[in-house]
Design a protein around this ligand. Structure first.
Ligand code: PMT
Length: 402
């Protein structure tokens, strides 16, 4: 799977830098082409001569060569790569990557790189556990980078804990796994709704909810990574879709989401309805800001919004598949099953606010999948990216069956 792949290996100033030699050897053995970019601190721990000999490429560290003025283009390098792996990644480099501090060749290359990025942290256990490091790693994850969790064990400081860079063979296995990822959704078109909707009351106020869009965006990335073309209809969220196969359509209200979704559904193979759509909107949209002084006590008269899932359930034809969500606070299984039938879904993803770490805004979710054949699959609390993968596994199997 790695044969012919172009891999940038970023090496930073950790004692684990010596393991980079083993990574190069393993990658080259699998016929990948490796280009090393090393930070100045990295060069203190392993020599460029070792790395260039193993990779058969000159090692890049500076923006240009003092000897002959040759310019090293981080942009060209970023475009050349099929993947960038930073191993070992120190707390300092992780911080720079998370905050765009491009003061060396490695971080500028990272910022220019369009290919998937893998980060293998290596540091002392307390540095790894520090909230700054954890927040920076979360930030990298939110950019779509893959963090290869460090292992527990004896560290360079002789302390024992989590912070030891994952073993080279395992890192290479992870890269291999990534490239062998099934592209089983190639040629499929998938429509996804995400985020909240805002229902305007007046120019400064709205009715909304806490949805961050994380679950819906994770689903969009998972589908795109497996080869699908994704139309992502999103309510107001601050997230960015990263994969080039995701076409984002931004909407605000439930009515706008309804129009954007219903008009696109006929050309789709499947739709996943993850948005937290407001069930009601104010009957009247005030043109000017409502003033408490002149209005006093007030009553909002609300009208029900159209149900997007139920509409698509009626429109669904032939091999089209429809996946809904149910966000519940009690009697989850009962309510989810009811929605599954009422909206003519193929399966429904139940998440409950009764479960800690599940639902709105968390990076994690805990879901149960219920299908129309009555099968029930319960999953433990996982990161939303992993939850998305579980959901897409089930959808893929359904689409394959036809
Ligand atoms: O965005 P995050 O912060 O990551 O949070 C994720 C989430 C909690 C929003 C997500 O996991 C989730 O549960 N989304 C559905 C929330 C919801 O509105 O559930 P519901 O039980 O009210 O709706 C049932 C289904 O009908 C959903 O698929 C919903 O998208 C759909 N619906 C609801 C109302 C409506 N007018 N149109 C719809 O299509």
């Amino acid at each position: 799977m790695l044969k012919g792949k172009h891999i940038i290996l970023g090496i930073t100033g950790s004692i684990a830098a010596y393991k980079a030699a083993y990574i190069i050897r393993a990658l080259v053995k699998k016929e990948a082409e490796v280009q090393v970019v090393i930070t100045p601190a990295g060069k203190e721990l392993i020599t460029p001569l070792t790395l260039s000999t193993l990779s058969s490429h000159p090692v890049i560290s500076e923006f240009f060569s003092n000897r002959d003025g040759t310019w090293n283009s981080h942009v060209d390098l970023g475009l050349w790569a099929d993947a960038m792996l930073i191993a070992p990644a120190t707390a300092s480099t992780i911080g720079k990557m998370a905050n765009g501090i491009a003061d060396n060749m490695l971080v500028t290359t990272y910022l220019s790189c369009k290919a998937p990025v893998f980060v293998a942290p290596a540091m002392d256990l307390d540095m790894f556990a520090h909230p700054t490091t954890q927040q920076n790693l979360d930030r990298l994850r939110s950019f779509g980078n893959h963090v290869i969790e460090p292992a527990e064990g004896e560290l360079a400081s002789h302390l024992v804990g989590k912070g030891r860079m994952e073993e080279p063979d395992r890192i290479v296995e992870i890269l291999e796994g990534f490239f062998s990822q099934k592209q089983e959704l190639k040629g499929k078109k998938i429509l996804i709704t995400a985020g909240p909707t805002y229902e305007r009351i007046d120019p400064v106020r709205f009715i909304g909810n806490y949805s961050s869009g994380k679950m819906g965006f994770a689903l969009a990335e998972a589908c795109a990574q497996r080869g699908a073309d994704v139309a992502l209809v999103s309510g107001p969220v601050s997230l960015q879709a990263k994969h080039p196969a995701i076409h984002r359509i931004s909407v605000e209200s439930a009515e706008e989401m309804y129009q954007a979704t219903v008009s696109r559904f006929p050309g789709m193979d499947a739709a996943i309805l993850c948005a937290a759509v407001a069930d009601y909107r104010p009957e009247v949209l005030e043109k000017e800001k409502i003033k408490r002084e002149s209005t006093g006590e007030m009553t909002l008269h609300l009208l029900p919004n159209k149900d997007i899932a139920a509409t698509l359930g009626e429109m669904k034809e032939g091999k089209q598949r429809l996946v809904g969500f149910a966000l519940e606070t009690h009697d989850g299984l009962h309510h989810a099953m009811d929605k599954l039938r009422r909206k003519n879904l193929d399966f429904i993803v139940l998440n409950s606010l009764e479960d800690k770490g599940a639902g709105f805004q968390y990076d994690t979710n805990k879901v149960t999948l219920l299908d129309k054949e009555g099968r029930v699959q319960t999953f433990p609390l996982k990161r939303k990216e992993e939850v998305a993968s579980d959901i897409i596994d089930k959808l893929s199997a359904l689409l394959k069956k036809g």
